[in-house]
Design a protein around this ligand. Structure first.
Ligand SMILES: Nc1nc2c(c(=O)[nH]1)N[C@@H](CN(C=O)c1ccc(C(=O)N[C@@H](CCC(=O)O)C(=O)O)cc1)CN2
Length: 297
């Protein structure tokens, strides 16, 4: 039985970060060549400021009858010596392996609806492990979530610890890889945001670092800005301070009322969050201290 080597199952992605020095790319690409792999796409970045080197390489076997899982294990084993030689922080996985994503939402559902649609049409390859909301199911009555479990977890200042414990239990019990705050309007505690470090993405409805907090459009209107935007970032204990993954903006005028900013902002939020999540799931985002390196498609 011949395996279609160009099928996603045979396409592997390698990402690594290490201290920069000569020979890193040569060593990695030579190893892949010697192991019978063909490089499909390669990105690299040498951060002069930190002295760190970042890379993402996708590759598949030139000709190989082994099953995808065997292939992956063999490639990983072969890469260990190179990773050790350069002190790499690295990861290698099959591009066919879809990740499990939990979507958290509050009153506004435009980002939730957008991500579910992009999943449905296959634009963002992911499994949705659950939808979690601090508003009841009736708030989203116009949505068909299909077989995706919905969890209504109301929260007050007094019940925050128990509610967050329930969220964490769900993340574990559903084997969730990534948590998306799709306009979830509760500040996660230091404990929960630390537990989700590097795998929790928030969409903030302003062009950070401007207008932090819960009501950025009203702040923007009051300030009289001529551009509004949205920012997707990893969640950290410091509110709206996490490493930025993607941003976008749109022009507005003096004639735009706050409700016009909210309306125009919805479109920006949708596209920025979708791009950020798609890049994270494709291993195109590498953390770089308080910042990120993003190898866009
Ligand atoms: N630990 C973090 N948690 C969250 C972050 C973050 O960056 N780190 N981002 C927010 C999203 N957000 C802005 O993008 C935001 C959400 C909520 C608030 C806020 O002040 N909420 C109030 C309650 C508001 C309400 O009930 O409507 C609060 O939590 O007391 C500010 C910014 C998501 N979480």
């Amino acid at each position: 039985m011949s395996i279609d080597l160009s099928s996603p199952g045979c396409q592997l992605v390698l990402t690594f970060v290490c201290q920069n020095r000569p020979g890193i790319v040569a060593a990695a690409s030579t190893l892949l060549f010697e192991e019978g792999f063909n490089v499909l796409e390669a990105h690299q970045y040498d951060d002069q400021e930190s002295g760190r080197f970042f890379a993402r390489i996708t590759f598949n076997p030139v000709r190989d009858e082994r099953a995808a899982s065997v292939l992956l294990e063999a490639a990983r084993a072969a890469f260990v010596p190179v990773a050790a030689r350069f002190g790499m922080d690295w990861a290698m996985r099959s591009q066919a392996e879809t990740r499990r994503v939990m979507l958290l939402v509050s009153r506004f559902d435009h980002c939730l609806a957008d991500l579910l649609y992009r999943r449905q049409i296959g634009e963002i390859p992911m499994e949705v492990s659950a939808i979690v909301a601090n508003y009841p199911r009736s708030t989203y009555a116009h949505h068909d979530f299909g077989d995706i479990p919905f969890h209504y977890l109301p929260v007050t200042r007094e019940t925050k610890a128990q509610q967050e414990a329930a969220i964490w239990d769900l993340v574990q019990s559903t084997q969730t890889d990534v948590v998306v705050l799709a306009r979830y309007m509760q500040v996660l505690s230091d404990e929960l945001s630390t537990r989700l470090a590097g795998r929790c993405i928030n969409i903030h409805h302003s062009f950070l670092p401007g207008f932090k907090g819960a009501r950025p459009y009203h702040q923007a209107h009051a300030r009289g800005v001529k551009l509004i935007g949205a920012t997707a970032h990893y969640v950290t204990p410091d509110l709206d301070e996490g490493p930025i993954i993607e941003q976008d903006v749109e022009r507005i005028t003096h004639a735009d009322k706050p409700e016009d900013l909210v309306r125009k902002g919805r479109d920006i939020e949708r596209r920025v969050l979708a791009r950020a999540l798609a890049w994270h799931l494709a291993d195109r985002v590498l953390p770089n201290g308080r910042k990120t390196v993003v190898f866009k498609d």
